[in-house]
Ligand binder design. Structure first.
Ligand SMILES: NC(=O)c1ccc[n+]([C@@H]2O[C@H](COP(=O)([O-])OP(=O)(O)OC[C@H]3O[C@@H](n4cnc5c(N)ncnc54)[C@H](OP(=O)(O)O)[C@@H]3O)[C@@H](O)[C@H]2O)c1
Length: 336
């Protein structure tokens, strides 16, 4: 087996060097994937190929993802890992949010479930309009001082929320959010707007993106309907929320571009994420070992200028198309 082949990139202004591909547990471990042996196999194989970044959240499978990933991760050297988890989401509305009490309860539970003394990046899973931002930031500062987290970050926060967080953190002498986790894939470029990208770059934050395959859609597996053993067959709300994408996505177009690069559509879709300015790592998901192996191959793909232009023609939202492609590539090279 190949070891440590995956490249690492600096994660914004943190001292962390993160693998270009990360592995997360949403909808999989403890949820659609119940066997601990499968989770161990996928996580250990990822690590053996150089993945050092593993992403969890307090609410994934109601905490079982943290437990199952924790069991697998605890046989690996802790210092070689970048572990992230998240707080905010909860089934119980009284547990949802970013108040001091909820964050402090959340971190203790996550540390216990994962079986670690500290989390490298603790994400605010969403912005909480019901808690003063000062309270959230001061609590994150306390957790850093106590050594329970190394950095804190945001997920899908807007440019103005990020800017405000940095202003407050600076004013109260606490570390600002250092990493943003937006959704980014060929089909969902609009959800990571240019304003956020600019603000994040200005503040020196690292970027790790989620759902590079749009829940598997960009692998082409849904080309002839919904396979019984797929995520969209098993999770009704997700299938319903992706109806438009299911109907509109042309698997053939991506497949033909992937063929020209001698790779699989999933590999091209993930490789595209890694070309985006400022992105340090794309967090993938895998319910089976074969998927992980295929996805790891994305790190080997170099997308030619011609294919990049075709991807833009097919997938870029109109406001992005207006930007000169060469200017964006230049920006991308400057940031990496
Ligand atoms: N911050 C947030 O709000 C947020 C939100 C979502 C995700 N995330 C993070 O990002 C991680 C990745 O997100 P994601 O799971 O949505 O990523 P994704 O790569 O878009 O989808 C992963 C799923 O697609 C299918 N798949 C993966 N590789 C495949 C392949 N090569 N061929 C065919 N099917 C394949 C598998 O599902 P099936 O086999 O079951 O069909 C797999 O579980 C999550 O685990 C989580 O850590 C964060």
């Amino acid at each position: 087996m190949t070891t440590n082949t995956l490249a690492k990139r600096p994660l914004g202004n943190t001292a962390l060097q993160i693998s270009t591909l990360g592995l997360g547990g949403w909808n999989t471990y403890g949820d659609l994937v119940k066997a601990q042996t499968t989770v161990n196999q996928i996580i250990h194989t990822a690590f053996d190929h150089g993945v050092n970044f593993f992403d969890m959240a307090n609410n994934y499978a109601d905490g079982r993802a943290e437990e199952m990933m924790g069991i697998a991760l605890n046989t690996l050297p802790r210092d070689a890992l970048i572990l992230s988890s998240k707080v905010f989401m909860a089934k119980d509305p009284n547990e949802r949010g970013l108040s001091e009490a909820k964050i402090k309860r959340g971190i203790e539970r996550s540390l216990k479930r994962i079986g670690t003394d500290y989390i490298d990046i603790y994400f605010c899973h969403r912005y909480d309009p019901n808690t003063p931002l000062e309270e959230t930031i001061a609590t994150m500062g306390e957790l850093i001082q106590q050594g329970k987290i190394r950095h804190w970050g945001s997920s899908t926060w807007s440019a103005s929320q990020i800017a405000q967080a940095h202003t407050i953190a600076h004013a109260i002498g606490v570390a600002p959010p250092m990493v943003e986790q937006p959704e980014l894939n060929l089909l969902r470029q609009i959800d990571y707007p240019l304003g956020s990208r600019r603000e994040i770059a200005k503040k020196g934050m690292g970027v790790v993106t989620f759902s590079p395959l749009a829940s598997g859609l960009l692998s082409g597996k849904y080309e002839r309907g919904i396979p019984d053993d797929s995520r969209l067959a098993k999770i009704d709300w997700l299938r319903n929320s992706m109806q438009k994408q299911l109907q509109q996505h042309s698997a053939q177009q991506l497949k033909s571009l992937a063929n020209q690069l001698n790779c699989q559509p999933a590999q091209l879709a993930i490789a595209w994420c890694l070309t985006q300015p400022g992105v340090s790592s794309a967090i993938t998901g895998a319910s089976r070992l074969e998927q992980l192996i295929e996805n790891l191959g994305a790190a080997e793909i170099t997308i030619s200028t011609e294919i990049m232009q075709k991807l833009d023609q097919i997938y870029a939202p109109s406001y992005l198309k207006k930007l000169k492609w060469k200017a964006r590539m230049l920006l991308s090279r400057m940031r990496q």
